[in-house]
Design a protein around this ligand. Sequence first.
Ligand SMILES: Cc1cc2nc3c(=O)[nH]c(=O)nc-3n(C[C@H](O)[C@H](O)[C@H](O)COP(=O)(O)OP(=O)(O)OC[C@H]3O[C@@H](n4cnc5c(N)ncnc54)[C@H](O)[C@@H]3O)c2cc1C
Length: 479
Amino acid sequence: MSGYSLTTLTAGKTTIASSVVEALASQLSGSILAAGDAGYDDARAIWNGMVDRRPGLIIRCRTTMDVVSAVRFAADNGLLVSVRGGGHGIAGNAVCDGGLMIDLSAMKSVRVDASNQRAWVEPGATLADLDKETQAAGLIVPTGVNSTTGIAGLTLGGGFGWITRKFGLTLDNLVSVEVVTADGEVRRASATQEPDLFWGLRGGGGNFGVVTAFEFRLHKLGPQVLSGLVVHPLADAETVLKEYRQALELAPDELTCWAVMRQAPPLPFLPEEWHGKEVLILAMCYCGDMAEGEKATARLRSIGTPIADVVGPAPFTAWQQAFDPLLAPGARNYWKSHDFASLGDKTISLLVGAARSLPGPECEIFIAHVGGEAGRVAADATAFPQRSSHFVMNIHARWREREMDQACIGWARALFDAARPFSVGTAYINFMPADEVDRVQEAYGGSYQRLAMLKQRYDPANLFRMNQNVMPARSTKAA
Ligand SMILES: Cc1cc2nc3c(=O)[nH]c(=O)nc-3n(C[C@H](O)[C@H](O)[C@H](O)COP(=O)(O)OP(=O)(O)OC[C@H]3O[C@@H](n4cnc5c(N)ncnc54)[C@H](O)[C@@H]3O)c2cc1C
């Protein structure tokens, strides 16, 4: 009898007859791929080029009922499962080795109801897919800063970017979700329907099921925002960052400014002699009236003697794509991240020192500026725990050659360890690499126990474990 040998939840193997897989395929609107099929290698390739896993089967879902069939098939056969939204997760949990990958990337529809300021979004949509539809109506959901990121993973873990300070995290703008839980049931979760599940889905990542639709609240925006870069020599970075820190104390919610230290890419507005040299980039966006934006950004733009200042009006959708060329898929990537309540002198000098010894031309340290509206939400209102942190630092090691693995990963880890005393202790789960399994509890801080109880209720067998995994409350170790 021909069949498929698939990895189980307990890391064993089971054989599923071809006739069973064919019967499953006949129920689907989407399709099933196995090794050797056209499209199999494309489907298993994700953003982080370090992840090269081979699922036993990939179900390319087209509908919610496809997801139901996939989840029931996995649960009935005790299969290891991974869930792929946009495929940008740094940890690579979207793809499993040998098990069943539930691929949502073909479910990309976005529907906007402009009069009620709502959007319904399928889980394979990218930020660009969402921005395109919402901005056509002059509306927006606050998301992240790289337009090829998937809305699904980003929302379930948090979601912050250029307009978070004004409108909150992406998950703060969720009104409801449709989710297929581990028992194969389709549920709706909102403030009034299964509110506990809704709490957990807002920050709990992929732990509670496969989300098949997101309903978002929309805000008016643009279409133009005041945005752009101010670039300084790294030699001035300590002084500039100290003034940056002070300028941000007075920043209105409309203003967000991230600091990035890296080698200068060959951007057309930078004098050629700066290409490849270490720089500090202040990347800013003001999402309100242009004249007010000029006033609000003036202090940041008057710091020191920049190499370039290219801040001006731009369509928000263009600004959302500004960093895409630096973050294209396929490179090898490793991240380490900390949350900071503030940027002390010692933190600044540590980060600038590390930027002087970047291990490669694509490596960077960025400091995301959050707070504002996102910081005013009560810490226990959603499962996302780190409302008090004003800055999220990400050490982004990025390189091409396998031989550089040790140097790049080692650099990121050393800086992470050195910066730990200055952090608040929580972490953004969407920035956590695969080797931070034992940091999940610490990352969730005060939300962890409630998440573990919910996990016990909705996924007691821990079917959805390829994520920043929360153990069902009864378990004391990995099931
Ligand atoms: C280049 C780049 C830029 C980024 N910039 C930002 C940023 O500005 N702000 C920010 O907040 N984050 C940012 N991130 C982090 C991003 O939020 C996470 O990588 C997120 O997991 C991406 O979601 P995805 O759907 O693309 O990823 P995937 O790898 O497909 O999914 C990640 C995990 O989410 C879960 N998941 C995905 N879809 C579903 C679903 N439908 N139902 C249930 N679980 C699901 C699964 O556990 C999966 O393993 C960035 C990431 C990258 C690579």
